[in-house]
Design a protein around this ligand. Structure first.
Ligand SMILES: Cc1cc2nc3c(=O)[nH]c(=O)nc-3n(C[C@H](O)[C@H](O)[C@H](O)COP(=O)(O)O)c2cc1C
Length: 234
């Protein structure tokens, strides 16, 4: 039953999002749907240099979260997407420690965030620490430094972000955290590195953000592709 309602909600959000792109006025939306449409509205200013799938333009990193909670299954679905991310030699070095708002673990991860992030990320429904294992077993049976672990953890984070988006959620990565305090909070094992803490949840109204952050609650732009990608040589 819950699944059906959720499916219907997601289908509605999809249709309404499409309607927004067409500039159609839609009335009587739930608050969550309105926030989502506001979000789509904010990303409408993003113009790609070349045609890309809509999901790459409409994903962004809001800081405003609604009170709506997440179920364990929602977080596991987001992490399942990360599980299927590609990795060098399929070593799958990415590791995740997650907690729902209200868990003692959530508080511990939150307390280790940089003050700037602590100001908004406490409203997220879940916090996910993204780490990776630094060493992997080579073909000769000995463990060696896995120099692609960071790259692979980045791919896993992006899978999380896109899966979250497909569920009507938002995901905001943070590099601003105290490494030692976060390592202690999640009992990071030896031979592992921390990369980011991801705030996950339903988007909320920008008005509830601390004043300094409200004006920054818009989707960012990108430099042109020609400044980033060249054919042949740098
Ligand atoms: C590894 C990483 C670290 C980040 N650290 C922070 C952070 O500490 N605080 C924050 O508010 N945003 C943080 N961000 C969000 C970026 O500022 C954001 O992704 C970037 O400006 C592009 O905007 P968009 O994600 O909305 O497209 C981080 C993003 C990444 C990928």
């Amino acid at each position: 039953m819950h699944r059906q309602t959720d499916g219907l909600r997601r289908a509605t959000i999809g249709l309404l999002g499409f309607a927004t792109y067409l500039n159609v006025t839609v009335v009587d939306l739930t608050t969550d749907t309105k926030e989502h449409l506001m979000s789509l509205d904010l990303v409408r200013g993003r113009q790609p240099d070349h045609p890309v799938a809509e999901q790459f333009l409409s994903r962004w990193s809001p800081r405003s979260f609604s009170d709506r909670t997440l179920a364990e299954g929602d977080v596991l679905t987001v992490l399942e997407a990360a599980r299927w991310a590609p990795s060098a030699s399929n070593h799958q070095p990415a590791r995740f420690v997650w907690a729902l708002r209200g868990d003692a673990g959530f508080q511990a991860i939150h307390d280790a965030l940089a003050p700037f992030n602590r100001d908004w990320a406490g409203r997220a429904a879940a916090l996910v620490v993204v780490a990776s294992k630094d060493f992997a077993m080579g073909k000769d049976g000995t463990e060696a430094a896995n120099r692609w672990a960071t790259f692979d953890a980045g791919a896993a984070w992006m899978s999380m972000a896109l899966q979250a988006q497909s569920m009507g959620l938002v995901a905001h990565a943070m590099g601003g955290f105290d490494v030692a305090a976060t390592a202690a909070a999640v009992a990071l094992p030896e031979g592992h590195s921390l990369h980011a803490v991801v705030a996950l949840g339903y988007q909320g109204a920008a008005e509830q953000l601390p004043e300094g952050l409200r004006a920054r609650e818009v989707a960012s732009q990108r430099r042109s592709l020609t400044e980033t990608a060249v054919r042949g040589r740098f």
